[in-house]
Design a protein around this ligand. Structure first.
Ligand code: ZN
Length: 147
């Protein structure tokens, strides 16, 4: 385990997305515009008409070498109950939970997730020195570490 502490100067940012906007692309644009290096996506909620995400399948027993990523594209009416993640060195990593009627889905958010009616997010911009790097001995896994 590695613990990375932020400093005390933080800023909360509230974001409203409009119909037909791409959640991840808008977040990336906001990260660039606001020059956010590190932060936490605290909340994300609203309605999507398309959701593109992937789920990691590590197999049984779990193995990084044999793992697969199952990419899933859904179109319909979806209520997002949770979106959260970490921005490290300007790079967001977000996971989403959403559903429709008696089905719920979760996974790693990809570009192509499109707002239907409304979507709101909060991002906490923090002063920290973190980044993601490919770890030795862990095939193709970017891990959070001190910068
Ligand atoms: Zn992920």
């Amino acid at each position: 385990m590695e613990v990375m502490k932020g400093k005390t100067d933080t800023q909360i940012i509230f974001i409203r997305l409009d119909p037909d906007e791409d959640v991840l692309e808008c977040l990336k644009k906001m990260i660039d515009n606001e020059k956010i290096k590190n932060g936490v996506v605290l909340t994300g909620l609203g309605c999507l008409k398309k959701c593109h995400f992937h789920q990691a399948d590590l197999g049984n027993p779990p193995s990084l070498i044999g793992r697969r990523q199952n990419f899933i594209n859904l179109e319909g009416t979806y209520e997002v109950s949770s979106l959260s993640g970490i921005i490290a060195d300007g790079e967001p990593h977000l996971h989403i939970t959403f559903g429709h009627e008696d089905k719920a889905y979760s996974g790693h958010l990809e570009s192509g997730s499109i707002v239907s009616i409304l979507f709101e997010m909060t991002v906490l911009k923090v002063n920290a020195s973190i980044k993601r790097v490919y770890s030795s001995g862990q095939e193709m896994i970017k891990q959070l570490t001190k910068k």
